[in-house]
Ligand binder design. Structure first.
Ligand SMILES: Nc1ncnc2c1ncn2[C@@H]1O[C@H](COP(=O)(O)OP(=O)(O)OP(=O)(O)O)[C@@H](O)[C@H]1O
Ligand SMILES: [Mg+2]
Length: 325
């Protein structure tokens, strides 16, 4: 890990035990100024614990971290002026209106009195909530609540925005609109540190991402590089004119060096091997078995494929729905 001067967050051997439970295990990383940096990992990996330590809500057991050169154990007050935090569960007040929540946060974060209202109104506009400014926070929809929580985190114009699973529990449209807002903030130069277990979100918002499993960072790279890792293996999908289950074993025996998976009743995916020879073999096999081939496709690997390859975790671990949380 370098101490390059443009890094805005530097973390060395950061570790957190909850009694005997090792939640975060000697993680090291740095985030550069203006970067979108993601923590990606399954439930319980230690993502929230890391954000809580970096934002002063939880004390590390050992290790070090600094933000803008300020040590998190010694200069928390200075750090708080430069960071905005969007926790997993909103920190706003149900019984205050949207506008009053922002005004309250503005006061809390030391925004000069004569600028508070203007800043709050500006944020309400940016986040599409100006027509709901008098609604009590508790009466807003889930997506609006999340948007207002992000707006509140930006009230003092922080340089770094921490977001813990910003789109969990939102419908597709609300999630997309929030991602666009976050992406705009990133384009304006704000450093984004987010946790997610949605790979598409990491792909969209992150320049680099750290994959966290059981408290340890097992890989840090760009989404593109991680996808390329999966790409090393070719995936060819054959669609047949009939069901394939009865043929799967004999086809697998024929292509013994590669992995074969039934993708659907009449679809087979072949992982690895040399595409041209696989194609020839499968065509021969189909002819002998009187199976018609309807289509052949090469599948582009997704970030999810890369994740599964790197972590060895099953896809269902990542697909776990957290909306009900
Ligand atoms: N306050 C706490 N006291 C005891 N154990 C905790 C506490 N907070 C978290 N843990 C444990 O630490 C580990 C990491 O939890 P953490 O919430 O950081 O994971 P996460 O990656 O954010 O998971 P999720 O995707 O579910 O939000 C888990 O085993 C969790 O049970
Ligand atoms: Mg969490």
């Amino acid at each position: 890990m370098t101490d390059s001067k443009d890094s805005i967050i530097e973390v060395t051997d950061l570790t957190k035990y909850y009694e005997n439970l090792l939640a975060v295990d000697h993680i090291r990383f740095e985030v550069k100024k203006g970067e979108g940096f993601g923590f990606l990992g399954p439930n319980g990996a230690g993502k929230t614990t890391t954000i809580r330590m970096l934002t002063g809500l939880s004390r590390p057991t050992s290790g070090r971290a600094s933000i803008l050169g300020f040590d998190i154990n010694q200069h928390l007050v200075a750090i708080k002026h430069h960071i905005g935090v969007v926790p997993e569960i909103s920190n706003l007040y149900d019984e205050l209106s949207a506008l009053d929540n922002l005004l309250f946060m503005a006061r809390l974060y030391g925004v000069p009195r004569d600028q508070r209202r203007e800043r709050a109104e500006e944020l309400l506009k940016i986040f599409g909530l100006d027509d709901r400014k008098d609604s009590l926070f508790g009466t807003l929809s889930r997506g609006m609540k999340r948007a207002l929580t992000i707006a509140a985190a930006l009230i003092h114009k922080p340089e770094i925005l921490f977001l813990d699973e910003p789109t969990v529990g939102l419908d597709v449209v609300a999630a997309r609109s929030l991602r666009n807002l976050i992406s705009n903030l990133h384009q304006q130069g704000i450093t984004i540190f987010l946790t997610t277990h949605y790979l598409e979100e990491a792909d969209l918002l992150c320049d680099r991402m750290a994959i966290l499993v059981k408290g340890q960072i097992i890989k840090i790279d760009s989404p593109q590089a991680l996808k390329a890792l999966a790409q090393e293996e070719s995936v060819i999908e054959f669609s047949f004119g009939g069901e394939v289950s009865a043929f799967l074993k004999s086809l697998a025996a024929r292509l013994s060096a590669v992995r074969i998976v039934a993708a659907d009743l009449n679809k087979v995916r072949v992982y690895g091997g040399v595409p041209a020879s696989i194609y020839t073999e499968v065509c021969k096999f189909a002819e002998e078995s009187h199976l018609e081939i309807l289509a052949v496709n090469t599948i582009r690997p997704s970030l999810e494929d890369a994740f599964i390859k790197i972590t060895g975790l099953s896809p269902t671990v990542m697909a776990m729905e957290k909306g009900a949380k």
